[in-house]
Design a binder for this molecule. Structure first.
Ligand SMILES: C=C(O[C@@H]1C=C(C(=O)O)C=C[C@H]1O)C(=O)O
Ligand SMILES: NC(=O)CC[C@H](N)C(=O)O
Length: 786
């Protein structure tokens, strides 16, 4: 299809989180092919920019963090304006690209008195040039800097085309300009944003493209695209390295895919009368079975609860640690676990996919309404996400005391029980061959629970648990101080004012120190009662010993032991077996404080501050998703709807997409196969926990927070052998890392960690951010206090 596209645009990405949205706008509106390179792509032939651009019809420069005068923010973009007459070609700059255009042609750049991130304003223009026929329209702005042009009499090269006349605080802001004689255009606003008037943005790009083509037909000889040449030209060391590793993985994946042997799912459906998730967990435990619980917590927005049975000596386990790049993989069939040093996060995804493929049941009759038939359960930490976007760890995170913490921690579950709360049925299922005995035992357990349901319900009536309360009474909570947190919020706002970020999700950590022990299950039950949420989870995984197994492994003995008690309201990513994908980011929080009515909360969440916060993440996730499924297969299905939870009101959006049929499992060209795991791996860490643009914001946050977030701010959930998956954002969660030892590394007894935070924007009130963080922390700490 690409070969039929009429035009080839080079897109220069300044590490923004909206790049794929601009690319999507170009592709879907103009029908062109777009090649994306980063602004710091090393070109092997010195001074090869003219040779490179000769192969394209036009260049589009994207938005990005930073300042157009800084070489590290702008890279090769500044050289574009110096192209000689014979090499000229049409160029269109968006935001940072526009600012660079202005700076190179007599304009000046200054800080806005009040930066505008996620703010939608009216574009005032004269219906000329690229604005012919667009009509009056609105557009989203993401900028801290503004362009000033010299007055016309001083002979500035640029001609203003559009303004914002409505910003009472900043005064008039130049929104678009073109060069008087050269084929250069630029816009300060973001045509690709969800809240920019779409028809006007499309018309504007069509107008530009028509002018670009006319200019080229008059001034450029017909060009010949030599794709091989372009690749060679771009093959600096870093580009070729990443391409190689991608190819290797594709090959691995392809190879193993063909090896697949048929697998079978034995399953049986029962009535769910009397089968609550927590009680089932306890009954299984009493019968000697350990289970991970993904728990809907009886929340109206949750439908399924999943219990995955874990056998610590036989269940396959995949653990990866970012700090010392250790990969541990134990399968059922191989006698000894594989331990690899100097591994990378890229090696994790094919292993996960292969195990799912190998176990995919192929019989005709399957419980299609059950989203999980077996597969991986576990989490991917925030720091694992950082590795995917090439953000190094803070030095303090690489060292103790979290040496035993795993960043990817997955266990493969062959036996599972899924409760469908809507249809009130429960399905028992096993992927193991000849597992009839276990199926029979489970039928017995279910029958026992059905029969004894009524008496138990009376006992369970939400009473306080004296054992737990006594343990909590001996424990101590350490919280971030107001002064420190507020100083960090203010530091975030300083960064936002420079243009390095549009939004920063700042977080901090509270700790519960227990001198003795604390039964995590009892605590989990209290948490789910007090902070009921649709993405509950109780996860307990044993540490694995890597020291004795691998002569290379130094220092670290046991890794991956963890207990997680989660009651998250936020779905990160769900994908189903047909390749339908959904993200549901939350951004915008109002605490249910005394005196705050539902109406108050709705009014606050309609404010420009909250809406801007949410819009930025919506645009960021559109970028993440459309990079895999294509912009044409991606849409915002819900924009900023208020949802009510136990302690907060939240503003929630939904971004949906469809993996194109030919890219899915069933496709014949398997080397081009795309699965939900591909969407997952390009979307980490979750945008609602980073801010935008993601990479730069994560670097800023790392330098301010100076601690590993760990499981908190990562994602937790399942990957199903049938091809689906579901992950929550790990918030409103307590967790504890434990190695082989009884005591935690930080001192005596147990240390439970509870992260909390919130998005800081330029409109944030510093103290209100502290209170928002406290409210979120309190949703968990409340259950940890007597
Ligand atoms: C950072 C947290 O929450 C995140 C931040 C939110 C916000 O800024 O409004 C809302 C939900 C989460 O995406 C947290 O709960 O700790
Ligand atoms: N969205 C952008 O490209 C922002 C450009 C620049 N960093 C600014 O803040 O003004």
């Amino acid at each position: 299809m690409d070969s039929q596209r009429t035009g080839h645009i080079l897109f220069i990405d300044a590490y923004d989180s909206f790049t794929n949205n601009v690319v999507g706008l170009l592709e879907t509106t103009l029908g062109v092919q777009v090649t994306v390179i980063h602004h710091d792509t090393p070109l092997v032939v010195p001074k090869s920019l003219p040779l490179l651009v000769r192969n394209f019809d036009a260049v589009v420069i994207g938005p990005g963090p930073g300042h157009p005068s800084k070489p590290e923010d702008i890279g090769l973009i500044s050289q574009l304006w110096k192209l000689g007459e014979q090499d000229l070609l049409p160029i269109f700059g968006v935001c940072l690209g526009f600012q660079s255009l202005a700076l190179a042609h007599g304009g000046t750049i200054e800080k806005l008195p009040r930066p505008r991130h996620g703010i939608v304003t009216k574009v005032s223009h004269q219906q000329t040039d690229i604005f012919v026929g667009t009509g009056a329209f609105y557009a989203t702005n993401y900028h801290s800097l503004r362009v000033r042009l010299p007055s016309n009499s001083s002979g500035g090269a640029l001609v203003p085309l559009a303004w914002d006349h409505d910003d009472g605080f900043n005064g008039d802001i130049l929104l678009a300009a073109r060069h008087g004689t050269k084929p250069f255009w630029g816009v300060q606003f973001h045509p690709e944003s969800e809240c920019t008037t779409a028809a006007a943005a499309r018309r504007m790009m069509e107008n530009w493209w028509a002018q670009a083509r006319t200019w080229s037909s008059l001034h450029r000889p017909s060009r010949h695209v030599d794709a091989e040449y372009i690749i060679r030209l771009l093959s600096g060391p870093s580009e070729s390295a990443s391409r190689d590793s991608t190819c290797q993985h594709l090959a691995q994946r392809k190879g193993n895919h063909t090896d697949r042997r048929a697998s079978n799912l034995d399953w049986k459906r029962h009535e769910a009368t009397g089968i609550e998730a927590t009680r089932l967990h306890e009954t299984l435990r009493d019968a000697g079975y350990a289970a991970i619980l993904l728990d809907s917590q009886d929340h109206p927005r949750g439908r399924f609860s999943i219990l995955g049975l874990v056998d610590s000596s036989t269940s396959p386990r995949l653990i990866y640690q970012v700090a010392d790049r250790t990969l541990y993989y134990a399968t059922r069939s191989s006698p000894a676990p594989k331990i690899k040093k100097q591994a990378s996060i890229d090696q994790v995804w094919p292993l996960l996919q292969e195990a799912l493929d190998r176990n995919m049941p192929e019989q005709d009759s399957l419980p299609d309404d059950v989203p999980f038939w077996g597969g991986w359960l576990g989490y991917i930490s925030y720091e694992a996400g950082l590795e995917t976007i090439h953000v190094d760890l803070d030095p303090s995170c690489a060292a103790a005391p979290n040496q035993d913490a795993a960043d990817v921690n997955m266990v493969f579950v062959h036996r599972s029980i899924v409760i469908d709360h809507r249809s009130s049925t429960v399905v028992v299922q096993t992927l193991l061959p000849d597992d009839g005995r276990w199926m029979h035992d489970m039928a017995g357990i279910i029958c026992y629970m059905q029969v004894t349901a009524r008496t138990r319900q009376q006992q369970d009536n939400g009473n306080t648990d004296p054992v737990l309360e006594a343990d909590l009474a001996r424990s101590r909570i350490i919280r971030p101080t107001q002064a420190e947190y507020c100083a960090k919020v203010a530091a975030c706002q300083d960064v936002l004012a420079t243009g390095d970020s549009y939004e920063l999700c700042l977080t901090d950590e509270s700790k519960l120190l227990c001198p003795g022990t604390l039964d995590p299950w009892r605590l989990y039950k209290k948490l789910r009662r007090r902070n009921t949420a649709p993405f509950g989870a109780f996860i307990q995984l044993d540490a694995v010993n890597i020291k004795s197994m691998s002569p290379e492994s130094s220092g670290v003995g046991a890794i991956g032991g963890v207990t997680i008690l989660s009651s998250s309201p936020e779905r990160f990513l769900h994908w189903d077996r047909t390749g339908h994908v959904e993200f549901r980011p939350i951004k915008g929080t109002v605490s249910k404080a005394p005196g705050v009515t539902r109406e108050d909360a709705y009014a606050i969440l309609q404010s420009s501050k909250e809406q801007a916060e949410n819009l930025m993440i919506v645009d960021l996730i559109r970028h993440d998703l459309s990079g895999v499924v294509g912009a044409a297969n991606c849409r915002v299905s819900q924009l900023m709807v208020v949802e009510e939870y136990e302690t907060v009101y939240q503003l929630v959006s939904a971004i949906e997409g469809q993996i194109p049929a030919q890219q899915l499992l069933q496709g014949r060209r398997r080397q081009q196969r795309t699965t939900g795991i591909d969407v997952l791996r390009v979307s980490l860490p979750p945008g609602s926990m980073t801010g935008a643009p993601k990479k730069r914001s994560c670097e800023v946050l790392r330098n301010l927070e100076r601690r590993p977030r760990g499981v908190y701010a990562g994602v937790l959930g399942y990957m199903d052998v049938g091809g689906g998956g579901d992950f929550s954002v790990v918030i409103r969660t307590a967790f504890r890392n434990h190695g082989g030892k009884e005591k935690d590394q930080l001192g005596q007894g147990m240390v439970w960690r509870v992260g909390a935070g919130g998005a800081v924007t330029i409109q944030s009130d510093v103290l209100a951010e502290f209170h928002e963080m406290e409210t979120k922390a309190a949703s968990v700490l409340g259950a940890m206090s007597v």
